[in-house]
Design a protein around this ligand. Sequence first.
Ligand code: SF4
Ligand code: SF4
Ligand code: SF4
Length: 429
Amino acid sequence: MRSESNEMMSEEMCVVSGDPSNLRTAGTKISGNPIRRESIAERSSCDIDPAALTARPDPKKIPAQLRKEFPRFQDETRRHRKILIRLKEDSQFARSTVQLSFALLCIWIGIEFAFFVKWGMSGGTAPFVGRPPGVEGFLPISALISLKYWLHTGVVNSVHPSGLFILVAIVVVSLLLKKAFCSWLCPIGTLSESLWLLGQRLFGRNLKINRWIDYPLRSLKYFLLLFFVYSIWQMDVAALKTFIDSPYNKMADVKMYMFFADITTFALWTIIILALLSVVVKNFWCRYLCPYGALLGAVSWLSPLKITRDVTTCIDCELCTKACPSGVKVHAERRVWSDECMACLSCVEACPVKECLSMKSGSSARATPRWVFATLIVGVFVAITGMAMLAGKWHNGISNEEYLRRFQNINTPLYQHSGGEVPAYGPND
Ligand code: SF4
Ligand code: SF4
Ligand code: SF4
């Protein structure tokens, strides 16, 4: 007598060898998959190779009417049309393009800001380069404080206004489109992905952390998030304003730049160790330590769009789970609710069955086309930050004269941060 699991595998082998045109959907209720129903009905006529009982179904042998057709970019001779078709049909090509563009934008912002700091530190003698407001995207704590202040008072502060709108744009993207910011836009996420891809190339695979260690480690980022949220929660409007207007906050971007430009040995080694861990373990920083990612993961729970699996056509090949960089067992879910899902669409791209796996708002809803999803991510982000620019709320209200004065005192205690408190300051500071 064959075991139950062997019978299951027999069914799958029948799928591989059966005639797709004869698929029947009525019959046994053992499985929701019509292909399996067919195989079970015809099991007695299947010639089963015992060695194949342990093999997975070959996606290439999926019945024609269920087989996903992958776009043939090679057929297109005109380069620009080839790129357009790939952007539309290949989500991973579109994602890499968006990631690269956003990373280049951040590098550009970094270079501009470096010249601005050079000008400030020279006392205004070096060539002047304006401060790029986008640098405030790297001040998440200040942005969270600005957000609470805005929600309480309705006032957009004039110290780091673009930081506030970048945070709002990122949260709205997560609210609507899962944690797509992480896998499509975040430059640290792009770096992290490059590092684990390098690890895969060097060692053939990445280290899989045992789930008993993985779960507690994943909660670390939530503890960090709780710490920051609790600290900000306790601040009343007066305390928020004191922080926002403090000399420390006004020069927080410059202090951050100086931290990396004149990095301590300890900080450098910490970054090197994190980078090495990210080569070995997929998204080490993002998965275990980033409080920003924790916030977006929590918000993404509310997102109407989720990766959704059609269990009636799924052939349980597990290619989706294998492709998932976040370790989500996609093949076992109807809807992916996991806070680790970054909406990268790698699983959708890997699935060999037509319309079996897609990003949609419900099991019976229409799938969101890849290009629409990609356009929405970029569109929502650009729309919110663009509106802030059009409304004149993008540039801060600190004049170049004030910056020059502050640059001269940047190493005084007024600009040091200790124990979560900003130093006391007077009206003329
Ligand atoms: S987890 Fe943090 S660092 Fe990683 S991609 Fe998301 S926001 Fe960026
Ligand atoms: S479940 Fe799919 S979309 Fe979500 S992280 Fe995994 S591969 Fe990406
Ligand atoms: S959803 Fe996953 S397991 Fe099912 S057919 Fe697609 S890749 Fe295979």
